[in-house]
Design a binder for this molecule. Structure first.
Ligand code: ADP
Length: 462
């Protein structure tokens, strides 16, 4: 392959820049803990927003009755109902439905979008079978998961700061999204009420905790990333107004914006500079599913240009941003064949490499592993940072007993190497003894049921 022998220096350099030995992990974990503290002290004092969820009542298992959840966070919205049977019967029944949002509604006005959602909810609620029963004298209550940046003002109200993820709906920004939904439900003639407005990480924490009281932290690793955790009210200095009671609440860290001490490369810097939000969401750009494939593509492009990794020409598709996805990296890393046949096929299909030598395929897999290892290990360090902050304030209550971190999102769910690199970093940082107490586990669709559970634990009829 041309002058392929020159490629190793680029790989060696990349591996050196992306290395995450224990001191680097330790520094990241400590910085996460201290940035959390600054964000709790005052708004705007840290990369971490440390947003109050206004969730003061967590599900206990005693909730009873019929509750709904509505989840809007991307190109689909999901509706779900659950019949809760209290401590003995738990989740008696659940049903859900997923509806694709027509593209034109993503560019329309607020009434059109919310009317579409409310009419979907109306149709779903009309199909309620006799397995579900509403307690006499109550309205159907909804937990509304809304995964866009919201300034929450109470458990059931929050102002949309800006649409993201390709939505450009006019007339919603600056408004309370719960009012928008309530008004649309009224126009559609549905007699339901929103009892909890939650973000998806918060929903995951609530959903996982319903089954396991040791759950203290929830982390989403999907297209993007976020984390939330249970905090003591008296450990939130920026909560001045009301007298902080003895209770606890969920803090949404918005940790994707973290940026201290990360081992970054020229490839990360270039990707950031050409992104729609340069300088923002640096942790997210290093560890989450939207970006891992793109970082690898940029490395391979340089290897192809400088060292002729794929022969004398550089495929056009290799120069196309986001032509290589994180699931592509994952598929390539699962190829255990001697000649890496699947790697070759994926390189052809995604970035248009007509033919690759075995040494080039091996090089590609090494690059994937380098970027995925860095991502997984840094995510692990971030988790330890959160646990460390909690432990500092409540000695022995985190590291000295069983503590569960609930994980969700497609990247964590589907990428085995990422998952084990994350676990390795946690174990290295905590040491063999302490890490026995820290359980990092996948929580399957916690967030849907979690929102319904939060509607129940924050019911207007309590
Ligand atoms: P979202 O975060 O978009 O709400 P998900 O939690 O399902 O939804 O995450 C989807 C993301 O997970 C994808 O964008 C992709 O980055 C990642 N992902 C999905 N499948 C895989 C896979 N097989 N291997 C690695 N990453 C995957």
């Amino acid at each position: 392959v041309g002058s392929g022998s020159l490629a190793p220096p680029i790989l060696t350099h990349l591996q050196r820049k992306c290395a995450t030995p224990l001191p680097v992990l330790r520094h990241v974990a400590d910085a996460m803990a201290s940035d959390m503290r600054s964000g709790l002290a005052a708004d705007g004092a840290s990369d971490l927003k440390m947003i109050l969820s206004y969730v003061h009542s967590l599900p206990t298992g005693h909730e009873k009755g019929l509750f709904y959840a509505l989840d809007l966070g991307g190109t689909n919205f999901r509706v779900l109902r659950v019949q809760l049977g209290g401590i003995d019967n738990r989740v008696v029944d659940t049903e859900f439905e997923q509806v694709v949002i027509p593209e034109d509604l993503m560019f329309g006005n607020s009434e059109q979008l919310f009317d579409f959602i409310a009419s979907g909810l109306a149709r779903f609620s009309q199909k309620e079978s006799e397995k579900f029963h509403l307690t006499h004298g109550r309205k159907r209550e909804i937990g509304f998961t809304f995964s866009f940046p919201v300034k929450q003002t109470s458990i059931d109200a929050g102002i949309l700061m800006k649409w993201t993820k390709g939505f450009a709906v006019s007339g919603t920004e600056g408004r309370d999204v719960v009012s928008c939904l309530n008004e649309a439900m009224e126009r559609q003639g549905i007699d339901m009420r929103v009892s909890a407005l939650v973000n998806d990480a918060v929903g995951t924490l609530a959903g996982a905790r319903y089954w396991d009281e040791d759950v203290m932290v929830a982390v989403i690793l999907g297209t993007g990333t976020n984390a939330c955790y249970l905090e003591r009210m008296d450990a939130i200095p920026k909560l001045k107004g009301g007298k902080p009671g003895p209770g606890r609440t969920i803090i949404n860290t918005e940790w994707g914006a973290f940026s201290t001490g990360l081992p970054l490369t020229e490839f990360d810097e270039d990707m950031d500079a050409s992104s729609i939000n340069p300088g923002e969401q640096i942790f997210e750009k290093t560890i989450s599913g939207k970006y891992l494939g793109e970082i690898v593509r940029r490395v391979l492009l340089k290897m192809a240009e400088v060292d002729g990794l794929f022969g004398n020409s550089v495929p056009d598709k290799l120069a196309t941003p986001f032509s290589l996805s994180t699931p592509n990296l994952c598929d390539m890393q699962q190829d255990n064949s001697i000649n890496l046949r699947n790697v070759a096929d994926i390189l052809t299909q995604t970035i248009g490499v007509p033919l690759s030598s075995l040494s080039a395929r091996k090089m590609v897999v090494e690059v994937c592993d380098t970027i995925v290892k860095r991502g997984g290990r840094l995510a692990g360090a971030g988790i330890v940072g959160i646990l460390e902050k909690m432990e500092q304030d409540s000695k022995g209550l985190i590291f000295g007993k069983r503590t569960v971190v609930a994980m969700d999102g497609g990247l964590y769910e589907h990428y085995p190497q990422y998952r084990s690199y994350l676990q390795d970093a946690v174990t290295e940082l905590l040491g063999a003894e302490t890490s026995k107490n820290i359980v990092i586990e996948h929580s399957k669709d916690g967030s849907g049921i979690g929102a319904a559970l939060l509607a129940a634990s924050n019911s207007k009829y309590r």
